[in-house]
Design a binder for this molecule. Sequence first.
Ligand SMILES: Cc1cc2nc3c(=O)[nH]c(=O)nc-3n(C[C@H](O)[C@H](O)[C@H](O)COP(=O)(O)OP(=O)(O)OC[C@H]3O[C@@H](n4cnc5c(N)ncnc54)[C@H](O)[C@@H]3O)c2cc1C
Length: 280
Amino acid sequence: MLPYNFDYYKPQSIKEAIELYQLLKLQEKKPMYYGGGTEILTLGRLNFIYTDAIIDLKGIPECNAFGFQHQELIIGSTLSLRAIEENKLFPLLSDTSKEVADYTSRNKITIGGNICGQIFYRESVLPFLLSNSTVIIAGPKGTRKEFINEVFHKELRLDEGEFLVQIVTEKEYLKAKHISVKKRQQWKTGYPLLTVASLKKEGFIRFAFSGVCPYPFRSIQMENKLNDKSLSFKDRILTSFEYLPTPVLNDIEGSNEYRLFVLENTLSYILSYIGGEEHE
Ligand SMILES: Cc1cc2nc3c(=O)[nH]c(=O)nc-3n(C[C@H](O)[C@H](O)[C@H](O)COP(=O)(O)OP(=O)(O)OC[C@H]3O[C@@H](n4cnc5c(N)ncnc54)[C@H](O)[C@@H]3O)c2cc1C
């Protein structure tokens, strides 16, 4: 339970949710969109989050969508990570999201909550960054469709009152050769020491990272170095480190030096697995 009272709303349409948010703001409330509620409850109990009006998005049909429309996979923001894990329409996404938290929490955690939450790992965003997905965002000014790589910088950039409705991925990315590797320091269900997701498209290998820095990222400069076939795997990896964003995390999960050591080994494994075509 939360240490404060709040009102609970479950709108049945995008329009109703947006209007409700605006009305609650006019009443000087602090409304918050709600997916699975795990972060709102966990951080709320510690007084890191405060809301007096919860707007549960799970009653909105578009937010529950999961399936193909023409050549695109549509994933509603309120789908649980467990549903995504079990229904393997996007295998790289299933592989990445099945490592988030523990089995019971994944019944509740939604894909929208994982991407939009404050807890900075946001591991489920990695496959979307690699597959040039688009996001459907709804807000007081209407609904917009944006490339995720243009609106996700450390976090999904949402204006006041906006929420994530869906993520759309072209079918051609879903069956690309891929791998997701999560390394933990603590327990089998802990936060990542680091996670690297990788996808190979037209001979070029893409990489996205969580747990290396205090936000998830994909770096084109790092990818260019990691794909440089004139270099050995080791040299590709070490030169790619020159383009790592800073700061590299140095926390209870592991020091920055240890993270870089594990990252080097992880990238070496991924390059071998996914076919980096090494030339000594
Ligand atoms: C025990 C535990 C372990 C965890 N382990 C991991 C881990 O290993 N890896 C990892 O990446 N993360 C991990 N997390 C973080 C977790 O994925 C996030 O906290 C996520 O926000 C929870 O999803 P939710 O649907 O319950 O979000 P909620 O609690 O419902 O919402 C969280 C935040 O996101 C906002 N939000 C939710 N849905 C939307 C939407 N559609 N549009 C806009 N804003 C929205 C809410 O307003 C709120 O600010 C863990 C969390 C917990 C509690």
